[in-house]
Design a protein around this ligand. Structure first.
Ligand code: NI
Length: 248
């Protein structure tokens, strides 16, 4: 299995060697560590250089607009062979409501950068799903995934029509999960990929403690349960999807 999206920053984890070992024991064979600004993107690349099974996704979230930022600096990271995507990038109207146009421009510039390097994009979308959809509908991209999808079934179907994958994480295991359960039940397994978003959104029964990439099997079992199918089938199909998405 593959964790397509996690953060393993030294601020949050001091035992990366152990986490990597634990992943292998739990049949999690690749993880993609995601940046969201220049510093975290560089750290993701360093981890990818250090560990065989770690890959990096680099990108700028709208938070970088609060400060100065350089897309040239981001572009320098793309020559590294273990950078497999641009992300997380996207729109966040929960934290930033007053610069929607600037956010869209930053998002589109990074999609264009991904296209220049023939890379897929990993999308962060918070309280901005309609605008996110409009951007994707009107901008060419190679491959894309909605990370930690939290929208409606109707919108999920529209993203899938554009060829966008839907990434499922720990929220699907929460006792009050309703929307995402409906999404999982109704969309084809061929568009689902798995993530933990560590250290956030820890799945049950560990909710309330720190999250780890080796919890990915919990997500795949939950999807199997919701879709009333075999968890081996979920493992193999979501892994194949991930390999298509990221050119593994
Ligand atoms: Ni994230």
């Amino acid at each position: 299995m593959i964790d397509i999206h996690c953060h393993l920053e030294s601020n949050d984890y001091d035992n990366i060697d152990e986490i990597i070992d634990e992943c292998k024991k739990n049949n999690v064979n690749k993880i993609i560590v995601s940046g969201y600004n220049l510093e975290s993107s560089k750290e993701a690349v360093e981890l990818a250089n250090k560990y065989d099974m770690v890959y990096a996704s680099v990108g700028f979230l709208p938070e970088v607009l609060q400060d100065s930022y350089s897309l040239d600096e981001l572009e320098k990271l793309l020559s590294n062979k273990k950078v497999v995507a641009i992300g997380e990038i996207g729109l966040d109207y929960h934290w930033y409501k007053d610069n929607k146009q600037e956010q869209k421009e930053l998002f589109i510039k990074q999609i264009e950068l991904a296209n220049k390097y023939n890379l897929p994009i990993v999308i962060h979308c918070r309280e901005a799903i309609n605008d996110c959809y409009e951007v994707l509908k009107n901008t060419k991209f190679k491959n894309a995934v909605m990370h930690c999808y939290s929208g409606s079934l109707e919108m999920a179907k529209k993203f899938i029509e554009l060829g966008v994958y839907i990434s499922i994480g720990g929220v699907s295991t929460f006792k009050n999960a309703k929307n995402i359960v409906e999404v999982i039940k109704e969309i084809p397994l061929e568009y689902i990929v798995l993530e933990t978003d560590s250290p956030y959104l820890t799945p049950e029964p560990y909710r309330g403690t720190k999250n780890f990439p080796y919890y990915v099997p919990i997500i795949s079992k939950k999807i199997a349960q919701i879709k009333d199918t075999d968890s081996k089938k979920v493992e193999s199909i979501t892994t194949a999807n991930t390999c298509r998405l990221f050119d593994f």
